[in-house]
Write a protein that binds this ligand. Structure first.
Ligand SMILES: [Zn+2]
Length: 479
């Protein structure tokens, strides 16, 4: 009996010691406290960016709000980097390790929405944060500020660098920042993305290339002297026929989509100009390259058949995301230590109302921490320029709930949640989990080495080359 009791006491003591050593990391406690202290400011920052709702490379006020805040917190801010007036870096500390964290802030056009669960524009025809990038930018900056305070107090050694990365939804601002070498000295980089569940991301994204094809022919009277004309529209139609026949001979993972931007003006003039804007996606960059090469040949063939000229212009493109399991595992532990997001009755009702309107199941919100999943061979559903950065430096990505499942993404529903407490709770959770993971990265050289070794192994001998044209980024000339 005595022995049994003694054993029970011993086991109890061991469990207690384990629990205590897990909890007692004063630096992690300090970053949590910092985020709590700055919570109101971070939410205001996010709400301001949400209300500006500025689209790609027009994010003047949004970028300024974030950069000004970083400056007020003592960061060294460089504005207008990589040839983009709205791109910036904010740095604190010195020497190695250099930990990067990215923040986006661009909106999508035409989806302005009030912070309410029924569809109603805040400003008619204006943009809206249908991907939650207002939360993304402010949340990441909050994590950077928490780390900066520990460096300032001499409790962590190294550099924290926040990247204000514009134009994710179009153009791909990060690719221009990468081209200028802004990521070349970073040890590990982090980011997060608004989502419908919480997870340390182990899912890759799709690689893609964005380009336009133009055809140039000769105008003539369509009835009086058509023999003198060469139709650019014929060229375009033959091209698209070729593309649509190609669909049968590509991997099921390939996606090709296009919009015709110009196909002539009136039927009685043989069109002398036509233009189609097209994206090709696949699970991996090498798959995209193969299909893109065939599409280029199809354009040449179509032009030859129609007796016109063709021209392909590369606009942008993304690499697939190179995931990092070691990094994701570190993040996962911190997410679990924070515990699930708890929602109020009002928030759950708000979410269900959105799900009702969008005809989804009314499941409410998912604030639980999902277990680590391995990456799928063929990811579906989209591309990101974070993918490009993940080929230059090991990347850790958090996914955090900021909207209910079944809410249509890139739409009013996500804009609504991002401007109220559901989104705010996601922002705070993201800031906390990323800051805690950065503490691990500063403190453990072994963790950094393991993450780097996995990165090198996954990357192999591939040499990164971003899908952007030569020359400066396409800065809009008006408004
Ligand atoms: Zn996004």
């Amino acid at each position: 009996m005595r022995i049994i009791i003694a054993i029970i006491i011993l086991i109890g003591a061991t469990i207690n010691a384990g629990a205590q050593s897990k909890k007692s990391n004063p630096k992690k406690d300090a970053v949590l406290k910092s985020i709590q202290n700055h919570e109101k400011e971070l939410i205001k920052l996010s709400d301001d960016v949400w209300s500006y709702a500025e689209t790609a490379l027009k994010e003047t006020k949004s970028s300024k709000a974030l950069a000004d805040y970083a400056e007020s917190q003592g960061f060294r801010v460089k504005r207008g980097v990589a040839g983009m007036p709205t791109a910036f870096t904010a740095e604190y500390g010195s020497g190695k390790p250099i930990i990067g964290i990215m923040g986006e802030f661009d909106a999508l056009p035409g989806i302005s929405q009030k912070a309410q669960p029924t569809k109603e524009a805040l400003v008619k025809d204006a943009g809206g944060h249908g991907c939650g990038h207002n939360l993304f930018g402010a949340g990441s900056l909050g994590a950077a500020v928490a780390i900066k305070e520990l460096i300032e107090q001499g409790k962590l050694k190294g550099t924290i660098r926040f990247y204000g990365t514009p134009a994710e939804e179009a153009v791909g601002g990060k690719i221009y920042m990468a081209r200028d070498g802004l990521f070349s000295d970073v040890d590990v980089c982090l980011d997060w993305h608004p989502d419908v569940e919480i997870a340390a991301n182990m899912q890759s994204s799709q690689a893609m290339v964005d380009f336009v094809v133009e055809f140039k022919g000769k105008a003539a009277h369509a009835a009086a002297d058509p023999w003198n004309g060469r139709s650019a529209l014929d060229g375009l139609e033959l091209f698209l026929d070729g593309v649509n026949m190609l669909r049968e001979h590509v991997w099921p993972s390939v996606r090709m989509h296009y919009v015709i931007q110009s196909g002539g003006d009136v039927p009685n003039v043989v069109p002398e100009y036509s233009k189609v804007w097209m994206w090709v996606r696949d699970s991996k960059r090498e798959g995209v390259e193969k299909v893109f090469a065939r599409v280029k040949d199809i354009a040449k063939g179509a032009a030859l058949m129609a007796g016109v000229e063709s021209k392909i212009t590369l606009q942008s493109g993304d690499y697939e995301l190179l995931v990092n399991q070691k990094g994701a595992e570190a993040l996962q532990k911190n997410m679990e230590a924070i515990g699930p997001i708890v929602y109020t009755e009002e928030e759950i009702t708000f979410a269900k109302k959105i799900q009702e309107v969008s005809e989804g199941k009314q499941t409410g919100l998912d604030g639980g921490i999902h277990p680590l999943k391995l990456t799928k061979e063929n990811p579906e559903g989209g591309s990101t320029d974070v993918g490009d950065i993940s080929w230059l430096v090991p990347e850790i990505t958090a996914l955090v709930t900021t909207a209910p499942a079944n809410a249509p993404w890139h739409s009013w529903a996500v804009v609504a949640c991002g401007g109220m407490s559901i989104g705010h709770k996601g922002l705070v959770f993201a800031a906390k989990s990323l800051a805690m993971t950065m503490v691990d990265l500063y403190e453990s050289e072994q963790l950094r080495k393991d993450i780097r070794a996995e990165f090198e192994n996954r990357k192999g001998s591939h040499v990164y080359k971003g899908y952007i044209p030569d020359g400066p980024p396409p800065i809009p000339t008006s408004n």
